[in-house]
Design a protein around this ligand. Structure first.
Ligand code: HEM
Length: 461
């Protein structure tokens, strides 16, 4: 197979190559794509000194020249998320989340009962997710500061831009050109203007009252400060680590929500069964994590949207730290960029019947039918498997996925209960309007950024 053919195959149908490896040309580099449960298991089991995720992220985003060597060598902020942002603390974090969702949705989706209002779905989703995420990241009142939220979104854009451009330069030139290309440090400084005084107050509280002082905030910033104090790190380093976590959390979650909003606007008939389920769940358990756990249809919609659209074409991206031979005999030379074929796996009929059809409640139906008996959790939005890779799979799978599930369900439940949605009839010919198609750039699945949906406040009977 020639490389051009490989790229086309990667986007649509890998059946002939399923269970094997092939190489695709990205815009600026080659990448080896593997597929099939055996190869995915193989990748999943390899330790960091053979196939490294950290190295892959750092190579793609060129951390060494944008945020510095130290963060590259000791990414403890990721450990913090793995330890803290998991199920144990999530019910507590949900209280703040719910408190934030209501004013946030009201602010970014201001609607009335008597008329439809246009909203740019991508822009509104980013605003909503930035603020709601920052409630967990930095708490009140900073999460309501629009300028700070914009900086936290902008940081991700700057680091991806700088990383992609720097990757094209030879290593010897990177330190010389980085200050001209990268705006990451300037963006960090802008964030520091907001975060500096808060960090100082919290450092002082630790000094005066001890590490576990009464009313200590329970947010990501505080978790990082606790470690940073131990390690004698500066305020700038704290801010960089926080913004790197924003990078992992905000665009991924806002893209998920924007896709779902597009689908709801395209198929408003989904609203009624969803409302029924959301109302019953909240009647039973209030606005809590347990209520979100009952929302199988909403969970299914999120999982199906992630399967059907996804965030990237490949998942489990790694760099080979030395020459390795995969279990099927494929030789992977040191330095190779490698990933699992997420998009083609998600569109394979052997895993998902009628995989090319967007079927919002397919996973809810499977749960109701008792598929995977005893393993119903495997059908949830945040559960990973070799066939469902939006969050990666295995030990390195996204540690923020349960928190993301919670957040997306909170925002969507509120939107669905309180709004009608539809697409604009831009053709004006009475035909059923369709959401604009996704755009594929390199590995990224990009939502059409100028897409409009319409919302109206739901009339209460
Ligand atoms: C729908 C939303 C999200 C999606 C689709 C997503 C997806 C991913 C993926 C694909 C990975 C790489 C896994 C691998 O290669 O095996 C990852 C890693 C990561 N994600 Fe998420 N993520 C989401 C939300 C979040 C949130 C809300 C956080 C919160 C902080 C977060 C934090 C992280 C971190 C820290 C890593 C790096 C893990 C490591 O280095 O071991 N993510 N995510």
């Amino acid at each position: 197979m020639d490389q051009g053919q490989a790229f086309v195959v990667f986007r649509c149908n890998i059946n002939p190559y399923y269970g094997s490896a092939f190489k695709v040309a990205l815009l600026d580099r080659w990448m080896v794509i593997i597929s099939g449960p055996k190869m995915i298991e193989d990748i999943r089991r390899r330790p960091e000194d053979e196939l490294s995720f950290t190295e892959a992220v750092q190579t793609l985003l060129q951390y060494k020249y944008t945020v510095g060597q130290k963060i590259q060598e000791d990414p403890y902020h990721i450990v913090v998320v793995k330890e803290k942002l998991q199920n144990r603390l999530l019910p507590i974090m949900t209280l703040g989340l719910i408190d934030e969702v209501v004013p946030t949705v009201q602010k970014y989706f201001p609607t009335t009962e008597d008329q439809w209002t246009d909203f740019n779905v991508v822009a509104a989703s980013l605003k909503i997710i930035a603020r709601v995420s920052n409630r967990a990241f930095v708490g009140l009142p900073l999460c309501r500061n629009e300028e700070y939220n914009d900086i936290s979104v902008h940081f991700s854009v700057e680091i991806v831009k700088a990383g992609t451009t720097l990757f094209l330069f030879p290593d010897v030139l990177k330190p010389l050109v980085a200050p001209f290309i990268s705006k990451v440090r300037q963006t960090t400084k802008r964030a520091l203007q907001h975060l500096g005084p808060i960090i100082q107050d919290r450092r002082m509280a630790i000094q005066e009252l001890g590490i576990e002082w009464p009313d200590k905030p329970n947010d990501v910033l505080q978790w990082i400060i606790d470690k940073a104090v131990e390690k004698h790190e500066t305020d700038v380093e704290i801010v960089e680590r926080l913004l790197l976590l924003n990078l992992a959390a905000i665009h991924t979650s806002s893209s998920s929500i924007a896709h779902v909003l597009y689908h709801l606007a395209e198929q408003p008939e989904l609203l009624s069964p969803l409302r029924e389920e959301i109302e019953a769940s909240i009647d039973a358990d209030g606005w809590t994590m347990s209520a979100f756990g009952r929302m199988w249809k909403l969970d299914s919609l999120l999982r199906e949207s992630q399967r059907y659209n996804g965030f990237t074409l490949a998942s489990m991206i790694r760099v080979a730290m030395r020459d390795i031979v995969l279990t099927n005999g494929t030789f992977i030379p040191k330095g190779t960029l490698l990933g699992a074929a997420a998009h083609p796996t998600h569109h394979d009929n052997t895993h998902f019947p009628d995989a090319h059809v967007f079927d919002p409640f397919r996973f809810a139906r499977m749960r109701e039918a008792g598929s995977f008996e005893g393993h119903l959790a495997r059908l949830q939005f945040a559960s990973t498997s070799p066939e469902y890779l939006p969050f990666g799979h295995g030990q390195l799978a996204c540690p923020g996925r349960h928190s993301a599930a919670n957040q997306l369900k909170a925002v969507l439940s509120y939107v669905i209960l309180n709004h009608d949605l539809r697409l604009t009839d831009s053709k004006n010919d009475g035909s059923q309007p369709q959401r604009p198609p996704n755009v594929y750039v390199s590995l990224a699945v990009i939502l059409p950024i100028d897409g409009i949906i319409q919302l109206r406040k739901r009339a209460v009977a």
